[in-house]
Design a protein around this ligand. Structure first.
Ligand code: XIL
Length: 383
């Protein structure tokens, strides 16, 4: 990952904590400690505060950084009760060439977690990105070949990981973006992917059935983005996802849960009741709902100073987490944990265009807990 220039640490401010429970008090104490940039955090981690309420908190992690950056590893040890590989479980990493599988990086994460009593969830078996060129070419050869390629990948990955990973994103980002986005796909409600072109819409249920065939008790998750905010665009995306989910449930496809990515943007409106009711609508289909990739992007017009920026991020984190909890979400993962290593900083498509660096994760550049951490800790403690 490209190193970004080191911004001044800080962006923390004192805030009166209203929580009354022990955990909330602990969260407050830990927050005060974090006033020193880089200060060792004291008090329970986010996952411990969550666990007191029967909730799970975890974060996306990178195997390379766990091995190379001791502060990074310590932050995960402190805060994350559940791990998800940021790219080590994706197709291009696991099967870069047909029939050649490489589980080393994924295994490094799983082993690191096992040594500390932390589970790892899987992400993602079928996704149009990280789908290597050989696979694009292979599935274009026709339906039988496409089925065989998908079956072989799912079978090999799940049989290899079955004793250690009990929860997988089986299909990621299957719903097409409504018109009005950068990549509109007006031709259908499902994303136009190589597998959709080869197998039609049924590629989704085929993937779930293949996964279930491999493993009778694995939790099978459909994961997607753009579902959270109070805009006509997101409303349409929610509608499309609900249509897809209800169809799968009706056809008795083995689907256990929906993952809501939650790559939020503070410049977009958010409505607690709208989001809460969407979570409830999914749960009414008999499914669990997970927040799988929470992070918060800033946009134009965001103030200069860290204190104000961090407060805006924290306010959105609080509103979102509370609404999700009200809807019945029990598992929360952030996409990364530390601003320094966030894809919001490293990925050109999502990074700020003005050269400033996003601050959209619970820990700042120097691994200190910041306002977003405290917002989530308080929401968990008050659950
Ligand atoms: C992102 C990673 O964070 C990046 O490092 C990588 O280059 C691209 O993928 N939705 C997902 C994740 O489901 O897999 C994506 O992760 C972020 C968006």
């Amino acid at each position: 990952m490209a190193a970004s220039p080191l911004p001044p640490a800080g962006g923390v401010c004192r805030r009166v904590l209203l929580g009354t429970s022990l955990a909330a008090a602990a969260a407050g104490r830990a927050g005060a400690q974090a006033l020193q940039p880089g200060a060792a955090a004291a008090g329970p981690g986010l996952y411990q505060i969550a666990r007191e309420k029967g909730l799970t908190f975890g974060a996306a992690v990178q195997a390379g950084l766990l091995a190379s950056d001791a502060s990074y590893a310590a932050a995960y040890e402190r805060e994350a009760g559940l791990l998800v590989p940021e790219f080590e479980g994706k197709w291009a990493t696991l099967q870069p060439r047909e029939g050649e599988f490489d589980f080393a990086q994924l295994d490094a994460i799983v082993q690191w977690g096992l040594a500390r009593g932390r589970a790892t969830r899987g992400h993602a078996l079928v996704w149009h990105e990280s789908f290597p060129q050989w696979a694009v070419a292979a599935v274009a050869e026709g339906a039988p070949r496409a089925r065989a390629v998908m079956a072989a990948h799912i079978a090999r990955v799940l049989s290899t990981t079955r004793l250690r990973i009990r929860d997988w994103d089986v299909v990621n980002e299957a719903v097409a973006d409504p018109p009005g986005s950068d990549t509109p796909q007006p031709e259908g409600e499902l994303r136009n992917t190589p597998l959709l072109r080869a197998l039609g819409p049924s590629y989704i249920e085929t993937a779930f059935r293949m996964a279930r065939e491999q493993d009778a008790t694995l939790r099978l998750v459909l994961n997607d983005y753009g579902l959270e905010e109070d805009t006509p665009w997101a409303e349409e995306k929610r509608r499309r996802l609900l249509v897809l989910v209800r169809g799968l449930v009706q056809r008795k496809v083995p689907l256990d849960a929906v993952g809501i990515q939650a790559h939020l943007q503070i410049v977009r409106p958010f409505s607690r009741p709208v989001f809460r009711d969407f979570v409830r609508a999914l749960r009414a289909e008999g499914l669990a709902v997970l927040v799988t990739e929470l992070d918060i992007r800033e946009g134009n017009g965001i103030p200069e100073d860290y204190v104000a920026r961090d407060r805006l991020v924290a306010e959105r984190a609080a509103a979102f987490t509370e609404a999700a909890l009200e809807g019945g979400v029990r598992t929360f993962l952030t996409w990364g944990l530390v601003d320094r290593y966030s894809w919001l900083v490293s990925e050109p498509g999502v990074a700020r265009q003005d050269g400033k660096l996003h601050r959209g994760l619970p820990l700042d550049w120097e691994f200190s807990r910041k306002e977003m951490w405290r917002a989530m800790a308080q929401a968990f403690a008050a659950a």
